[in-house]
Write a protein that binds this ligand. Structure first.
Ligand code: ADP
Ligand code: MG
Length: 224
């Protein structure tokens, strides 16, 4: 369970999230909202990349303020732009590097790297240079690297926004096949329609939180 208890975030005198309270049990949730509504701020709070100005964010009972390290391990984060996430020039090295400080033995590390690359159809290019991958393959590599660390949750910040249709479809299929609970910020209403629960942000507040059909309709009305 991830919970926000009366969370406010300010940057200087600007309030970006205002008194947000929310509980996310372990299943898939999509987050919608116009640009600047606070979606990325919300996403970054969930794994302690950002701390609340007021209120508390808890992950399985851990407070992001005091248990940052454990929270960051428990909540994986996939950035909008995988170029900001892929740090090594070779595909399999990038996944291996992420496992370095997790206490896996050498055999377990290699097994995990092979498993996640296979899972996202990256085995054939495991020795390739990462800059030669397509946008969708890069996003899948970023996801592979996060999944290899076995987080309890994964947060995605607009994972399909930079992708063409074919890559979008591959990334959506990969996210849909995850067993790990996912919190996905997206502008893609067709993608959001497949979620059990959709949360809509506007101007730093949750304005709707419910089943996809109802929340998407609310969002469409609001954006008219
Ligand atoms: P979204 O992801 O919904 O587009 P963000 O959460 O990125 O929205 O941003 C919400 C608001 O907070 C925006 O107006 C943005 O300019 C502002 N903001 C985000 N991060 C910072 C920061 N580090 N410093 C100052 N303002 C910020
Ligand atoms: Mg954003």
């Amino acid at each position: 369970m991830i919970s926000l208890d009366d969370v406010t975030v300010r940057f200087g005198d600007r309030t970006v999230l205002q008194s947000v309270s929310l509980a996310i049990p372990e299943f898939r949730v999509a987050v919608l909202g116009p640009n600047g509504s606070g979606k990325s701020t919300f996403a970054r709070l969930l794994n302690g990349l950002l701390l609340p100005t007021e209120g508390a964010v808890r992950v399985d009972g851990l407070d992001t303020r005091t248990d940052g390290r454990r929270v960051r391990r428990q909540v994986g984060f996939v950035f909008q732009n995988p170029d900001n996430q892929i740090v090594f020039p070779i595909v399999d090295e990038d996944v291996r590097f992420g496992l370095k400080n997790l206490g896996y033995g050498a055999a377990e590390t290699e097994r995990t790297v092979a498993e996640v690359l296979e899972r996202f159809d990256l085995t054939a290019c495991r020795h390739e240079r990462t800059h030669t991958l397509s946008g969708g393959q890069k996003q899948l590599l970023a996801l592979a690297g996060v999944l290899a660390m076995r987080p309890g949750y994964i947060v995605f910040d607009e994972p399909t926004t930079l992708l063409d249709l074919r890559n979008r479809n591959r990334v959506i299929a990969a996210i849909g096949a995850l067993e790990t609970p996912a919190i996905v910020v997206t502008h893609d209403l067709d993608f959001a329609a497949g979620f059990e629960r959709v949360i809509v942000f506007d101007e730093g507040q949750i304005v709707c939180d419910g089943p996809a059909g109802i929340a998407i309709e609310h969002y469409r009305e609001r954006m008219r």
